[in-house]
Design a protein around this ligand. Sequence first.
Ligand code: SF4
Length: 332
Amino acid sequence: MTKPPLDIFLAAPRGFCAGVDRAIQIVELALEKYGAPVYVRHEIVHNRFVVESLKRKGAVFVEELDEVPDGNSPVIFSAHGVPKTVPAEASRRNLFPLDATCPLVTKVHREAEIHLKRGRHVLLIGHAGHPEVIGTMGQLPEGTVTLVETEADVARLAFPEGTVLSYTTQTTLSVDDTAGIVEALTTRFPDIVGPHKQDICYATTNRQEAVKGIAGKVDALIVVGAPNSSNSLRLREVAERQGCPISVLIQRAHEIDWTVFGGIRRLAISAGASAPEVLVEEVIAAFAERFEIQLEEVRSAEESIVFNLPRELRDVAMNRIGSLLQTTQPTE
Ligand code: SF4
């Protein structure tokens, strides 16, 4: 039986960003250097496949530090960042913390602290309950930061006269929604102080731009990512807003609802910043079983950002590079 043709457009950039790559490396290198178990507070990145594969190597995932026994095993803080109370508690208990917070999240933490130091009340644009938001709000004393989720929230804000305002944002928001909220804030509070450069990170921005570029030209778009991954959810929304008739978020190929994709001729695929490329390949392979596929990558930006690893793990990272170089030396 001949298979129907299907053009697949791969959005690029897609998938792992530098912060996720660094966080996963931190867990792997800690396991290599200190041995199992290595404790990880919260999912290191929002992807079940990644978490399960690290579990198999000896990582133990916990939600709170009270689940970590006393001792010398490392405890790693996830890429989303943690409130200040967490490292304080780790130090009180003499635990051995390793911080995998993405440096771009740490930058937002520092910005929020600077605003506070300069006497400004901080408005954090973000999603309630997301670990990054909990971490950023937890950098400041209670009552000095207010969460803003929507433009409607801006209309409801009320502060005592003379309050000096500032704003900062979660790194993984919708670029377009955030622009609307920022506009509402600056219209209502013309003196509000914002970041010099926007806080939405390069990876979120690039992945949304890549999806925008192709979503309007295809019959369907799949985002590979987790339902609790903020940047993956935003990619699906971006596709929908571009008029893509079918836009779905899936974690694995077995979640594909084939009744939805039966009659399509052009499909786009992207992946959230915490989704490994192997899962994109799995989805492509599933389509290749049912369609005669033609693959094309549509790249809208190049990425070359790499973040430094924590000092404690640089020796083992250097050893890894050394053995990699040795194995790739040409033999005589
Ligand atoms: S999505 Fe952005 S902020 Fe989050 S880990 Fe990746 S680079 Fe860092």
